[in-house]
Design a protein around this ligand. Structure first.
Ligand SMILES: Nc1nc2c(ncn2[C@@H]2O[C@H](COP(=O)(O)OP(=O)(O)OP(=O)(O)O)[C@@H](O)[C@H]2O)c(=O)[nH]1
Ligand SMILES: [Zn+2]
Length: 212
């Protein structure tokens, strides 16, 4: 897509969803123009003092909310450590804060992810698990896809004996519009390897997530 020819209504799915090579994004001024249109559509006056700078703020916010299109989250797992002293039990990073955006309504998804793996001689720095979650979350997402992407990335790179990802999140599109229901959370899970085949390992993990 040529930026100089950009029209806000011409973005196609392939422009947005190319996995490894994200498409160029609309220029700042084009985003601001679209946001002014949305302010007017909401029924307000885009030239009013209070909202005059809102389009540029929203453009900046987009860069944060959708930073995940600019990176390959798997690259965070590039550094692995092999001196694990034979540690073979589950490694769990619990309660990773999650901020994402629902692809159906562009409403916030907020919650927590729990990411676990059973090492096969190699471990990663635990902060990289948080970065991995954030990298996939900062895109337009379905919770199911997000859960699977995190798990399969960890499995591909680390090739551990098992991977488990549990995501619990609330969807703004349910709490602020539509059914307008608060206090609901969606729970999604992905089990790979020993977490899928061994029920006691899975149960032990769920116990650890609920509280050590
Ligand atoms: N499975 C799944 N559904 C989601 C997710 N995020 C939002 N949804 C749902 O996506 C659905 C979209 O349904 P539609 O009927 O096309 O849209 P809608 O008319 O706005 O639906 P309502 O939200 O029921 O008003 C809704 O049921 C949302 O609750 C998600 O991560 N996973
Ligand atoms: Zn939604």
């Amino acid at each position: 897509m040529n930026l100089t020819e950009f029209n806000a209504f011409d973005i196609s799915d392939s422009d947005i969803f190319e996995e490894s090579a994200p498409a160029p994004r609309p220029a700042q001024l084009e985003i601001e123009r679209a946001v002014r249109m949305l302010i007017a559509a909401a029924g307000d006056d885009p030239s009013r003092e209070g909202v005059r700078d809102t389009p540029s703020r929203v453009a900046k916010a987009y860069a944060e909310w959708f930073a995940g299109y600019r990176i390959d989250p798997k690259s965070f797992l590039g550094r692995v450590f092999e001196e694990t002293e034979g540690y073979e039990e589950t490694v769990l990073l619990r309660d990773i804060p999650l901020v994402s955006t629902c692809e159906h309504h562009m409403a916030p998804i907020t919650g927590k992810a729990h990411v676990a793996y059973r090492p096969n001689g190699r471990v990663v720095g635990i902060s990289k698990l948080s970065r991995l979650v954030d990298g996939y979350a900062r895109r337009l997402q379905l919770q199911e896809r997000l859960t699977n992407q995190i798990a399969h990335a960890l499995d591909d790179v680390l090739q551990p004996r098992g991977v488990a990802v549990v995501v619990e999140a609330t969807h703004g599109c349910m709490s602020t519009r539509g059914v307008n229901q608060h206090g609901i959370s969606m729970v999604t899970k992905c089990w790979i390897g020993e977490f899928k085949t061994d029920e006691s390992i899975r149960r032990d993990l769920l116990d650890s997530i609920r509280r050590c």
